[in-house]
Design a protein around this ligand. Structure first.
Ligand code: ZN
Length: 478
């Protein structure tokens, strides 16, 4: 949640006129969905939205590093004439993604999980590969559907997804999906490009193992990097083999892995949710900067981004989201809301929510597939108007309305000092004092037993692996 609302304009941009052009990677003539100038225009239009949606991760040295490596790799790529930009966005999700025209993004979540520069370089090459091979992302609405389904743990009904689409266009970007063949081609290009700038591309395969283990952890969002690949084992083997072939063909020795320099660079990096962007504890959402809290319904999943907090039940039949509403008064905000979502007002009334002035509205949106009913609470607090929106089908409205209400009516000022002053967890790099197992070394740095496995994954190792005296390892501390 930040102080702006952004209307996405992406959905219409993805499916443009197709034309026949030579593919820079294969040299063959392909059907292209966009001309190069359309690609560039799209990238330029999308980039500020991504930056606004997620925010950049504030670490100039790290941003410099990704740009330096990115430019170096772009220069040896199949489309060296494009103007590339490389950015680290402030999201704990583990992902990297590319937008046509030369824009590449890594999350701080994925940066925290690399264990050396070579792993990073492999993924960097993979993302540049999507741009150079001119892969076209599948229709945006599909990826949003997948995304909303991902939050809910299943595919949500198309009607409700359509409503969610308006709010999650930016989010969908994190989960752009390419076809399986495109992913394979990008893996191959990742090996090629990272080898060409001097890195050992075998390390990229090892990072797939990290992703696979992460995927196995409870409650973790599945990075799209993995989700389009039903057989990660196959992908691992292929990348290892391609890396060997490149290394033999070029007779390359002393390829770089750069473990210690990478770890030192990410020392102190924010890990997991950053409380200042809002966090959830025991099914309550807290926002220490905007100073509010509200409960999330039992067994509902949630997804927090700078723009909004989204919530959905496992059956996917409803969704709720909290955003900032435009307008200076509750009435003005109410009118804007009806207009924005093309809603027909059923009823509205002035209420107070824990002492805060509010406007409660029920409204309908008529769609071809049926009527969608919305309960909205506009709440005035701290110079802002917050909008909590509950969406479901008219038929299901009576069963979901009490659940919506209980979240909306329990929105209140956050006063708990401990929550207000919550600091983020950070990756800290430690030097192993003596040869032992990873588990023992982590314990010696006071890592709790319940966190050991998560930290083994973060270190790209098994708990039983040997660590030598002087070796650097990651722990998570405040
Ligand atoms: Zn990919």
């Amino acid at each position: 949640m930040k102080k702006y609302i952004l209307a996405g304009v992406l959905a219409g941009n993805m499916l443009l006129l197709s034309s026949c052009a030579t593919n820079p990677v294969t040299g063959k003539r392909d059907v292209m969905f966009m001309s190069e100038s359309q690609e560039i225009a799209m990238g330029q239009e999308t980039d500020p939205q991504i930056v606004a949606q997620f925010g950049l991760y504030e670490d100039p040295a790290l941003q410099r590093f990704i740009n330096e490596k990115g430019q170096q790799m772009a220069a040896v790529s199949h489309r060296d004439h494009l103007k590339y930009e490389f950015k680290i966005v402030d999201s704990p999700v583990i992902n990297a993604f590319a937008v046509p025209g030369g824009y590449v993004y890594f999350t701080r979540g994925i940066m925290a999980h690399f264990n050396n520069e070579a792993q990073f370089a492999g993924v960097l090459g993979h993302e540049i590969g999507h741009i150079t091979a001119r892969h076209s992302a599948q229709q945006q609405s599909k990826s949003i559907l997948a995304q909303v389904g991902l939050i809910a743990g299943m595919v949500i009904s198309p009607q409700i997804a359509e409503m969610g689409e308006m709010a999650s266009q930016g989010l969908g970007l994190l989960f752009l999906k390419f076809g399986r063949d495109d992913e394979r081609e990008s893996d191959r290009l990742g090996v090629e490009y990272s080898t060409k700038i001097g890195y050992d591309a075998k390390e990229m395969a090892d990072f797939f193992t990290t992703l696979q283990r992460k995927q196995g952890e409870n409650g973790q969002a599945i990075p799209n990097f993995m989700s389009t690949h039903p057989d990660p084992g196959d992908r691992y083997t292929t990348v290892k083999q391609l890396a060997s072939e490149w290394q033999q063909k070029q007779n390359l020795t002393n390829l770089q892995v750069n473990r210690n320099s990478y770890l030192k660079m990410i020392d102190g990096m924010v890990y997991g949710e950053d409380p200042k962007q809002g966090f959830v504890e025991n099914q309550v959402f807290y926002h220490p900067v905007l100073k509010f809290q509200f409960p999330i319904p039992t067994a509902w999943a949630h997804l927090n981004s700078p723009q909004q907090v989204q919530m959905a039940p496992q059956d996917g039949k409803a969704m709720m989201m909290l955003t900032l509403a435009p307008g200076k008064t509750l009435e003005e905000a109410g009118q804007q809301l009806l207009k924005q979502y093309q809603l027909q007002l059923v009823e509205s009334k002035q209420v107070t929510v824990n002492g805060l002035p509010a406007l409660a509205m029920i409204a309908d949106q008529k769609q071809e597939q049926g009527v969608i009913r919305v309960l909205s609470y506009l709440i005035q607090y701290g110079g802002n108007i917050y909008n909590i929106l509950g969406v479901t089908s008219a038929a299901d409205f009576n069963s979901y309305a009490p659940i919506f209400s209980s979240t909306m009516q329990n929105f209140k000022q956050l006063t708990d000092q401990e929550k207000l002053n919550r600091k983020p967890d950070r990756v800290r790099i430690k030097t192993v004092p003596q040869a032992t197992t990873l588990a023992q070394a982590l314990r010696s740095f006071k890592v709790q037993d319940s966190k050991l496995e998560e930290l083994a994954v973060l270190n790209g190792m098994l708990l039983t692996d040997r660590v030598e005296k002087g070796m650097l390892i990651k722990v998570v501390e405040q």
